[in-house]
Design a protein around this ligand. Structure first.
Ligand code: PEP
Ligand code: CO
Length: 454
């Protein structure tokens, strides 16, 4: 793909890529200085793309395979990345966690796992309230590092367009590390498997011993049989984030010189959040015009009519892999609400890839005031997701998780039995609670068993 400016002629409908400006865009900041915003977006539009059209096309094909049950998506990372946490160690540990989970899932499912980070651009957050009050002081809400700062002062909470450039640079740095780690030998299957062995030395994980033993034997068998480990030294790793902040996504959208089509080059995969998926809204319009594979979050109020109308807007021709529905119903509701949705979409006939987000429907507040989730609820929603698809004969295509490679204490439970007091130890997320490294691996073992039985 050649690098062209945002002013290249686009092939979309009249108004094309800028039509969203005339529509209602929810969850956007009130930029105080429009001139400063214009200067920044013009500069962004001249910067090199972060990902390339061909990569997004490859991912679309991989997601098409997932929709048919020939692959499975593992998408994971922070709720909100922060500029301060873009360090080599943090990124390495997150990739490591996702790769370790992927080895376990690959074995469980005997199908390829598509690895994707909520990484290298997950900086903009939708909020349920525009303001936050602490000790009687009310300030604008934190909307992610791409917009304002978490620090609770009036000054820090003012939206600052310079942050768009900082987000672009941070994303470029992250992607550089991701490409190095996944292409340079760090992702070697044997090495990743060795890390999993380390995890299992902890007696809390005895339950997974048998499974891990099987993986061990499988890898030894492959080695003995002369499997081509050179081909297993590198992995494809895709980037994704919520396509929320249109003043960022628009200038990073470029026209592919081969095809004349628009790609949002800020990430391989973009998803539209639960709060911004209005059919006549700015987000659906903008993303309908880019070629990247897209996701849409579907929460408990989603109807079949909503889902089919989203297909009409985002994938009218029913191209496999183009559209992923990421359902987030909550453990208590998934078995009641998901069947009708899946059946209605199946009856429509145009393919979608179904992915389970077991995080966002399961938020609670702990007795001591922490925003948290129970590990058992998270696992139960995934179990419900598999049960529903199994009973309908449809395909569970992937898992979308908020996780970190660190040993934070943000989600209750898991083999280490984090309780309310445990949450106080290392609760560092600025927005939603994440599975820690151990909880993530534990989830992988549990989901591998579900995949094997599905
Ligand atoms: C998220 O993925 O962090 C998020 C805000 O999700 P949702 O749109 O499903 O609420
Ligand atoms: Co979140």
């Amino acid at each position: 793909m050649s690098v062209q400016s945002e002013t290249a002629p686009d092939t979309a409908a009249p108004g094309g890529l800028d039509r969203w400006r005339e529509l209602r865009a929810l969850q956007q900041p009130a930029w105080p200085d429009q001139e400063a915003l214009r200067a920044v977006t013009s500069e962004l539009a001249t910067q090199p793309p972060l990902v390339f059209a061909g990569e997004a096309d490859n991912l679309r094909e991989r997601l098409a395979a997932a929709s048919r049950g020939e692959a499975f998506l593992l998408q994971g990372g922070d709720c909100a990345e922060t500029f301060a946490e873009i360090t080599a160690d943090n990124i390495r540990d997150k990739i490591k966690t996702i790769l370790q989970m992927a080895v376990v899932l690959t074995y469980g499912a005997s199908i390829p796992i598509i690895k994707m980070g909520r990484m290298a651009g997950q900086f903009a957050k939708p909020r349920s309230s525009d303001v936050e009050t602490r000790d009687g002081v009310t300030l604008p809400a934190y909307r992610g590092d791409i917009i304002n700062s978490f620090e609770f002062t009036a000054e820090s909470r003012i939206p600052d367009p310079q942050r768009l450039l900082a987000a672009y640079r941070s994303s470029a740095t992250s992607l550089n590390l991701i490409r190095a780690f996944t292409q340079g030998g760090f992702a070697d299957l044997r090495r990743v498997h060795e890390w999993n062995r380390g995890f299992l030395d902890n007696p809390a994980y005895a339950a997974y011993d048998a499974f891990a033993g099987e993986i061990d034997r499988a890898i030894r068998f492959m080695q003995a049989a002369g499997a081509d480990f050179d081909a297993l030294r590198t992995v494809d790793f895709y980037s994704s984030h919520e396509g929320l902040l249109l003043d960022y996504e628009r200038p990073l959208t470029r026209i592919d010189s081969r095809t004349g089509l628009a790609y949002d080059c800020s990430a391989h995969f973009l998803w539209i959040g639960e709060r911004t998926r209005q059919l006549d809204g700015a987000h659906v319009d903008f993303f309908s015009r880019v070629r990247n594979p897209l996701g849409v979050k579907l929460g408990p109020t989603s109807t079949v009519a909503d889902a089919v109308a989203l297909i009409d807007r985002l994938n009218p021709d029913g191209e496999p892999g183009r559209l992923t529905f990421i359902t987030r119903m909550g453990a208590g509701k998934v078995r009641d609400l998901l069947p009708a949705l899946v059946e209605g979409v199946a009856a429509d006939g145009r393919p979608v890839t179904w992915v389970c987000d077991p995080m966002h429907g399961n938020g609670i507040t702990s007795g001591n005031g922490y925003k948290t989730r129970r590990f058992t609820d998270v696992i139960d929603e995934v179990r419900g997701f598999f049960e529903v698809h199994r009973s309908l004969g449809t395909v569970p295509g992937g898992l979308h998780v908020e996780l970190t490679g660190d040993d934070v204490t943000e989600v209750l439970g898991g083999s280490e039995e984090i309780d309310d007091v445990g949450l106080t130890r290392r609760y560092t997320t600025l927005v939603d609670p994440r599975l820690n490294h151990q909880q993530s691996l534990e989830m992988a073992f549990l989901v591998a068993e579900m995949l094997r039985d599905s």
